[in-house]
Design a protein around this ligand. Structure first.
Ligand SMILES: Nc1nc(=O)c2c([nH]1)NC[C@@H]1CN(c3ccc(C(=O)N[C@@H](CCC(=O)O)C(=O)O)cc3)C=[N+]21
Length: 282
């Protein structure tokens, strides 16, 4: 089975649209997301445009603030401070990666944790670690929602996550652990990756290498969640998994594009609405 992330995301967006209608009837203002984009990375521009479209569809207010790559760290921190104190702003997202002269750590620390719709602030990271979920990172959250939507129960299952980033690998491992899976985190220093991946009931790939995982890495009837967004030899969008090589042996797989990506955007909308309710005592 091919997991149609785009279609599942659309269904959730329609539910969120209803939630926002209810907000319109009961509150004096609408949820608002502010996205800050520094520089002109073409992939970032695409993602930010998708975020804006998602907001428009659901009825969330959005503002995209663009700066050129010479924008300083101090200026960015000042801008964040103003948004932190702006009562009409529910969500603040600073698009990553940042130019080299800006400290990602400082910036993520500066965002008010109750407006941190990315779930990257240490306060929200700690809550996730402790299992007291508040604002959860969008891509990991989207993956768990997808598994739920296909009625896949993680209890007692063997999950292998390849990639140990703070925004995907580590948080998704924690979420799977919360659902009683046995979780392995593999990475670039892992020995015998094929052997480890081959025992996964659920394989999560987030390494950024086009079509790296072929059938030799995948157990029959496994579930494959492909987080990679790469360009292949023909400059076509592709995942970390060699989709054509594995699609007939898996139970289910997310395609790239149209798998995890649309879910990430949708979870951002959901987090923005959640932040709105929390900030309004809902
Ligand atoms: N502060 C921050 N938060 C993020 O959540 C964040 C970020 N920075 N930096 C970059 C990554 C990546 N990311 C994606 C969002 C949407 C798609 C998406 O919409 N993908 C479409 C296709 C996109 C295309 O056409 O290129 C799909 O897979 O179908 C992909 C990737 C969010 N990220």
């Amino acid at each position: 089975m091919i997991i149609n992330g785009k279609e599942i995301a659309l269904k959730i967006k329609d539910q969120l649209k209803n939630d926002v209608e209810t907000i319109r009837e009961n509150y004096s203002r609408m949820p608002k997301l502010v996205v800050i984009l520094i520089g002109d990375n073409p992939a970032s521009l695409t993602y930010v445009r998708n975020k804006e479209r998602g907001c428009d569809y659901i009825g969330i207010e959005s503002e995209i603030i663009k700066h050129d790559s010479s924008f300083s760290e101090r200026q960015l921190l000042e801008e964040i401070e103003i948004l932190n104190n702006d009562e009409t702003v529910d969500g603040i997202l600073v698009q990553l990666p940042l130019p080299k002269h800006i400290s990602e750590e400082k910036v993520l620390n500066a965002i008010a944790f109750d407006k941190d719709v990315d779930g990257f602030h240490p306060h929200n990271v700690a809550n996730l670690f402790l299992g007291q979920n508040s604002l959860v990172p969008c891509t990991p959250k989207g993956m768990l929602v997808l598994l739920e939507k296909i009625n896949y129960d993680l209890d007692g299952k063997e999950v292998v996550v390849v990639g140990r980033s703070n925004i995907v690998g580590k948080p998704v491992a924690l979420l799977c652990l919360q659902k009683n899976a046995t979780v392995t985190i593999a990475h670039s220093k892992t020995k015998d990756l094929k052997k480890i991946c081959s025992r996964a009931d659920v394989l999560i790939t987030a390494i950024g290498k086009p079509k790296f995982f072929n059938h030799e890495y995948i157990k029959d009837d496994a579930i494959v969640l492909d987080v990679g967004i790469n360009r292949d030899e023909n400059n076509k969008l592709c995942g970390d998994v060699d989709f054509e090589d594995v699609k007939d042996k898996v139970k289910a797989i997310t395609p790239v594009p149209g798998g995890i990506g649309p879910m990430t955007i949708t979870m951002l909308m959901q987090n923005t609405i959640e932040a709105f309710y929390k900030r309004n005592g809902g």
